[in-house]
Design a protein around this ligand. Structure first.
Ligand SMILES: Nc1ncnc2c1ncn2[C@@H]1O[C@H](COP(=O)(O)OP(=O)(O)OP(=O)(O)O)[C@@H](O)[C@H]1O
Length: 615
């Protein structure tokens, strides 16, 4: 304590002690003697403690400075965030969500981005629409050309401009668990600077959505099931509706009905009717059911969601989950709906077939399917399309109006369809593909070199083609190529020559005997040689009919392919989508100028809410 007395009591402490003693008489101290001593000791003790070794004092200062700096590291970014929140808009786009595809389509079509992109990850996709080459500003014409698209590299920043606003993009990737699978999920965050209101983001979103929709006009996306989710896995170029050779008016009527449905949301809401539409496409194999769905999806600009009812692991509850997870405005497809149930698709037939469940013991039941189709969730703009080759076996409850509103019957090729398919195949616009392996050029890949070799061996193109495909080979002829060879450009036909050959061709095709796909297959064998196709058709038809007769004799095939079509399910009449006449009446359908009445909204075509499901 001796050291403590070295420190003189400061003036202000003295006055403070006086004040303290006057205000706290309970301490029982009298100033100055005892109290002064007491305070002196107290003060000296304190100052001694606060006057450590100079090195320690510096350390303490350093400690406080470090703490201050560290707190700056916390509050400066927080303050910056508050500031940026005021002047920037930040938005995140996660892979798997539609908005991510919008952003990607916008980036793909953004010329500044494509011309200035650095530090990027490159993707190559043959189905992305071709963009002009930034160097030449021209669309690449080489048909092997695949469009490269860029995304910012992971963890890098990219700077762009959006309508006079600086913008940054950054991309992250994270492992994400989905239905037991680890999926690498990418997230892109954009920040638009100088955006005082959210309107800039609204503008941006509508711009990127438009870019996506513009792309979608050229391709159709197909989604697939991953557990209980839908993921986009594929896209394909839209099919030109004119390449689909149907009964006149059939395509136009179906398309008009679907377009009218898509623009009739209010109509459905006002009447309290589920805003959904169902189409049932039925007809023999190869009559174009799948092609029609794809073409329709392209024409409507909707994505396709296949509901594969017989897929392993699919049961009622999963089906309902998947149907509920469908987005607004899409096409859900149930192909070969009859095959979903290995027993008859009829509620009366309750015989439980031991083969009817998959290895997991799960399967979809008819009641489950009906419940999923009717569903409690909103069906906002969904189009359900089912296909079948066995129309007659389907349960009436499944295909009644309200579930399957329009039944579209596709048939084996008529003479008229065969003629139009021929014209389509050999019209000059389709010669584009024929230039790929132009043997006469002698240049190019090994395929065309092989063909050049054949030609230089003195075998005329048409001879090789026809000998290989027409089965005229004799023992001494050992073709080096089996199947259709693409020899050279086809003979150029003017319209009258083409029409004349097409009529000759169609006259050899028996009405309603062959599927469109088998005729297409035949024509593909002669794709550069229309004359040979006409010469060979009679032989081919006879061969096919003989083969059928043989097969039917051994009990493998019905004598006529028409027998394989379906019939009409009990209690149901087909609705002709054009005229309201029975769809079974092919003559009415084939009328060259079908009346295009408005899509049916007759009471019969609307859901019968009162009808119980799955009874
Ligand atoms: N009406 C048609 N017009 C043009 N091509 C057709 C037509 N029908 C079928 N094809 C062609 O035949 C092939 C098979 O057609 P698609 O798969 O659409 O038939 P499908 O009726 O769905 O057959 P399946 O019942 O066996 O699934 C396709 O290459 C398609 O282009």
């Amino acid at each position: 304590m001796g050291a403590l007395s070295q420190h003189p009591i400061p003036e202000h402490m003295d006055s403070f002690a006086r004040y303290l003693l006057s205000s706290t008489p309970s301490l029982g101290l009298s100033y100055p003697a005892a109290a002064t001593d007491y305070l002196k000791q107290l003060f000296n003790l304190q100052t001694a403690w606060m006057t450590p070794h100079p090195g320690v004092a510096e350390g303490i200062k350093l400690f406080f400075f470090g703490t201050w700096l560290a707190s700056c590291g916390l509050w400066i970014p927080a303050l910056l965030e508050v500031f940026l929140d005021k002047v920037c808009v930040t938005a995140t786009f996660t892979e798997g969500n539609h908005s991510y595809l919008w952003l990607k389509a916008w980036l793909d079509s953004n010329q500044t981005w494509n011309a200035t992109a650095r530090n990027v990850q490159v993707f190559c996709d043959s189905l992305v629409p071709l963009r002009p080459d930034p160097r030449t500003n021209a669309i690449p014409t080489d048909i092997n050309w695949m469009q490269a698209t860029y995304l910012p590299s992971v963890s890098s920043y990219v700077r762009l401009w959006y309508k006079w606003h600086p913008m940054t993009l950054s991309r992250r990737e994270q492992n994400h668990s989905m239905a037991g699978h680890q999926i690498l999920q990418s997230t892109i965050t954009i920040r638009i600077y100088g955006a005082w209101s959210n309107l800039v983001l609204t503008d941006f979103l509508s711009e990127i959505q438009k870019a996506y929709l513009d792309d979608q006009k050229q391709t159709v996306s197909i989604y697939h099931r991953e557990g209980n989710f839908w993921v986009s896995t594929q896209s394909y170029s839209r099919r030109d509706p004119t390449s689909l050779v149907l009964v006149p008016g059939q395509w136009e009527a179906l398309r008009a009905d679907a377009l009218d449905f898509l623009s009739s949301r209010e109509w459905y809401y006002e009447r309290g009717i589920q805003y959904r539409r169902g189409y049932l496409l039925h007809g023999p194999p190869g009559s174009g059911k799948t092609s029609l769905i794809r073409t329709l999806a392209g024409a409507l600009g909707l994505s396709v969601y296949p509901l594969i009812l017989s897929q392993e692991g699919m049961d009622d509850s999963r089906l309902t989950t998947l149907v509920n997870a469908l987005p607004k405005y899409c096409i859900a497809v149930m192909e070969d709906i009859d095959a979903a149930f290995t027993y008859s698709v009829n509620r009366e037939d309750k015989s439980s077939n031991p083969n009817s469940s998959d290895a997991t013991g799960k399967r979809v039941t008819l009641s489950g399917l009906l419940n999923a189709l009717d569903g409690l969730s909103s069906h906002e703009g969904r189009i359900f399309i089912a296909t079948t080759n066995k129309y007659g076996t389907l349960d009436p409850a499944l295909i009644r109006p309200g579930r399957m509103d329009l039944h579209v019957k596709l048939e084996n090729a008529s003479k008229d369809q065969a003629r139009r398919l021929f014209v389509k195949m050999y019209s000059q616009t389709s010669n584009i593909a024929l230039n790929i392996l132009d043997a006469s050029s002698g240049s190019g890949d090994s395929g065309s070199q092989a063909l050049s070799q054949l030609l230089s061996d003195g075998i005329p193109a048409a001879t090789v083609s026809s000998r290989v495909v027409s089965g005229q080979d004799n023992a001494s002829y050992n073709p080096m190529l089996v199947g259709m060879v693409h020899m050279a450009k086809g003979r150029k036909l003017d319209q009258s020559q083409l029409d004349r050959l097409a009529i000759q061709f169609s006259e050899a095709i028996p009405e309603g005997e062959f599927s469109m796909s088998s005729i297409q297959g035949f024509l593909l064998q002669h794709k550069v040689d229309p004359d040979m196709a006409v010469m060979d058709i009679t032989r081919w038809v006879q061969k096919e009919l003989d083969a059928r007769k043989t097969a039917s004799n051994v009990g493998m095939l019905p004598t006529s392919s028409s027998a394989s079509t379906s019939g009409t399910p009990p209690g149901h009449q087909d609705v002709d989508i054009q005229s309201g006449a029975k769809f079974n009446d092919s003559k009415a359908v084939a009328s060259p100028t079908p009346p295009l009445t408005p899509p049916d909204r007759t009471p019969a075509a609307l859901p019968q809410n009162s009808e119980s499901k799955g009874e």
